[in-house]
Design a protein. Structure first.
Length: 105
């Protein structure tokens, strides 16, 4: 998978709702319904299909525990995907809490 180290800034304002949701780890929109940006959390790419941003992955790892409005099962799925991407990107997952949330400990 392609990764980039360019500086990170959330692409929320630059993308349409469906595009923004496509670059996020968490999408709480109902299946088949119109996408709403507020229901999408933790962007990790600048554009759909673009490379994963290592800085965004680190940001998501720091912010995932602040997501109080995300159901626990969705948070676990996101954490698991995040840990996998971080390992693939050769980012040290230094948080035992993140590994536990992801079911990796």
């Amino acid at each position: 998978m392609p990764f980039t180290d360019v500086s990170w800034e959330s692409p929320e304002s630059a993308l349409a709702a469906a595009e923004f949701c496509a670059v996020c780890l968490i999408d709480l929109n109902k299946s088949g319904a119109d996408k709403i940006k507020a229901n999408c959390k933790l962007p990790i790419r600048s554009t759909p299909g673009g490379p994963f941003n290592r800085n965004a992955l680190r940001n998501a790892a720091a912010r995932i525990f602040q997501m109080v409005d995300v159901p626990p099962d969705e948070k676990r799925k996101a954490a698991s995907r995040l840990v996998g991407l971080m390992k693939e990107a050769k980012i040290v997952v230094g948080s035992d809490a993140l590994l536990r949330l992801a079911g990796k400990r």
